[in-house]
Ligand binder design. Structure first.
Ligand code: E4P
Length: 219
């Protein structure tokens, strides 16, 4: 399972990269705004800074909403770095743009996916990644994990190459359950990744080992 970090915060991206388990980054306009990154040139510079830190794919989302503008904006984003994946929303124009980029050999991430039908369309259009938003479905009392399960089944039925990128992951159990269901990738906050390593028996076991080692040295 690939681990992507869902942030535009360079410090957190570096921390995850240094941990040695990071496979990529996803961003969105809200995450960029949260870091105070505004204006075309600053946004482009920021994507380049992210690409300089990580080894894997970096999703950069288009702001455009029409097919023609998405093509134009996505092409500019794709030239920034070979790691850039053009992130495109699940709309009619978005599906067309994904098809265009797929024929052009440019990687895409179909975002804002909330149903199996949307995921099927994204795969048919040739998306590299599809991003079902697990957490946001949970937020409205709909089981986000069932969507991951459904998409896995459909993609396996037909052998679609589109990778299931479980998005809007909020906590370690989302990661574990997405892994059990066969999501190819998960994207979530650094806190969810770090929480995976925590267990009280690890802490108490280590404390005991160190205490026994110190005691044996003293004898
Ligand atoms: C997907 O790529 C989005 O950036 C993201 O996962 C949304 O997560 P949120 O629902 O926590 O905002």
């Amino acid at each position: 399972m690939k681990f992507f970090i869902d942030t535009a915060n360079l410090k957190q991206i570096k921390e995850a990269q240094d941990l040695g388990v990071l496979d990529g980054v996803t961003t969105n306009p809200s995450l960029m705004a949260k870091e105070g990154i505004t204006g075309h040139d600053n946004i482009m510079k920021h994507y380049k800074a992210i690409c300089a830190i990580v080894d894997g794919d970096v999703s950069a989302e288009v702001i455009a909403t029409t097919y023609e503008e998405m093509i134009e904006e996505g092409a500019v984003l794709a030239t920034l770095d070979p790691k850039i994946v053009v992130k495109i929303p699940m709309t009619k124009d978005g599906v067309q743009a994904i098809k265009y980029f797929s024929l052009d050999g440019i990687k895409t991430n179909c975002t804002l996916v909330f149903s199996a039908g949307q995921a099927l369309l994204a795969a048919k259009a040739g998306a590299t990644y599809v991003s079902p938003f697990v957490g946001r479905l949970d937020d409205i009392s709909t089981d986000g994990l069932t969507l991951i399960e459904d998409i896995r089944l459909i993609y396996d039925n037909y052998g679609y190459d589109t990778q299931i990128l479980a998005a809007s992951v909020r906590h370690p159990m989302h990661i574990i359950n997405c892994a059990k269901l066969g999501a190819d990738v998960m994207t979530g906050p650094l806190s969810a990744i770090l929480a995976l390593m925590k267990h009280p028996l690890t802490d108490s076991g280590l404390a005991q080992f160190l205490a026994d080692h110190a005691g044996a040295k003293g004898r």
